[in-house]
Design a protein around this ligand. Structure first.
Ligand SMILES: O=C(O)C(=O)C[C@]1(C(=O)O)C=C[C@@H](O)C=C1
Length: 306
């Protein structure tokens, strides 16, 4: 039974994602995303499940930066989890009593309208996770009056659900990924995604365009691009890319090798099945047979068989 680290404690959205991604797996709750990834790196766990992006809040930057800079890990699976927030209080607390709210920063952003409308004067404080907030609020002497988190966290920590579906949108999803120490890649399925980060060799007009061209000329569609600061001062960035397809496919492999040639560094973050199971629409001239036919043609020319 694999042991998977996750952003704990019990009751987080991350735990819900892990239960779906690895049913029956052993679960190791961690205090934060970095600790979960470190548990996977050290071998304390066989892997980790962490949030990567949210359809309202955008990138979970701690995950992006850990995958880019930390000891290498590979994404082996992804999941899109609908997220619904509840206002969780100790039994007996009413809306009018709530002065201090505790929750994960991503939940604050996703519940902005509710907070402005219903609790405009409440101080909202960032917690390590939604379930950590619920656990804290369940203590009688907690300085917080309410937590925002999944209803299941409320049940787990004995809290009352004062409001449900608090999110500004009712169709919000968070994308979670399962990561493992580098090893065998998942097999291509025909509906895959490839993640990587690339670092510029030198900054010049069109440097990002050149990187993007490596994908576009080979018919590789991107599903996400994110710039992150390198930390070397204002104006210095590196780039995260999610692309349709698997590195085993010629067009994706060639795009990555093109990127490798023109970048200071490229870190491959994995090829894995897409959660939405969408297969790419390949343009004519970009299929594996097209690439191998073109390679054969060049080989014939080079051997004088024109
Ligand atoms: O705190 C949790 O429950 C988490 O699983 C983390 C997290 C996140 O990082 O975005 C996951 C989903 C929601 O967007 C809010 C918080």
């Amino acid at each position: 039974m694999p042991k998977l680290a996750y952003l704990g404690p019990q009751g987080t959205f991350c735990e819900a994602a892990l239960r779906i991604l690895v049913p029956g797996g052993e679960r190791l709750p961690c205090a934060n995303v970095t600790a979960a990834l470190d548990a996977a790196r050290s071998g304390e766990a066989d892997g980790a499940v962490v949030p990567l992006e949210n359809s309202v809040e955008g990138a979970i930057t701690v995950t992006l930066d850990e995958l880019a800079w930390g000891e290498p890990l590979l994404i082996t699976a992804e999941l899109l989890l609908p997220v619904e927030f509840s206002l969780l209080v100790r039994p007996g607390t009413e809306m009018a009593h709530i002065k201090r709210v505790y929750t994960h920063p991503a939940a604050i952003t996703q519940c902005r309208n509710f907070l402005a409308r219903e609790l405009p004067d409440a101080v909202v404080v960032a917690a390590p996770s939604t379930a950590a907030a619920a656990q804290e609020v369940s203590m009688e002497d907690s300085p917080y009056d309410a937590a925002i988190g999944p209803a299941i966290a409320g049940e787990h920590y004995g809290l009352h659900e004062l409001a449900s579906s608090m999110g500004d949108r009712d169709d919000t999803v968070t994308r979670f990924v399962r990561v493992s120490r580098p090893g065998v890649l998942p097999e291509p399925t025909g509906a895959d995604r490839t993640s990587l980060v690339a670092f510029l060799r030198d900054d010049h007009p069109g440097a990002l365009l050149e990187m993007l061209s490596e994908f576009s000329v080979r018919g590789v569609n991107l599903t996400r691009i994110e710039s992150r600061p390198t930390g070397d001062g204002i104006g210095h960035y590196f780039f995260h890319f999610d692309a349709e397809g698997h590195v085993a496919e010629a067009r994706v492999g060639e795009a990555l090798s093109g990127l490798h040639r023109l970048s200071a560094d490229v870190r491959f973050l994995g090829s894995y099945p897409r959660a939405d199971r969408v297969s790419p629409q390949l343009r004519s001239g970009t299929t594996d047979p097209d690439f191998s036919e073109a390679a054969d043609w060049i080989a014939r020319i080079r051997s004088g068989r024109v």
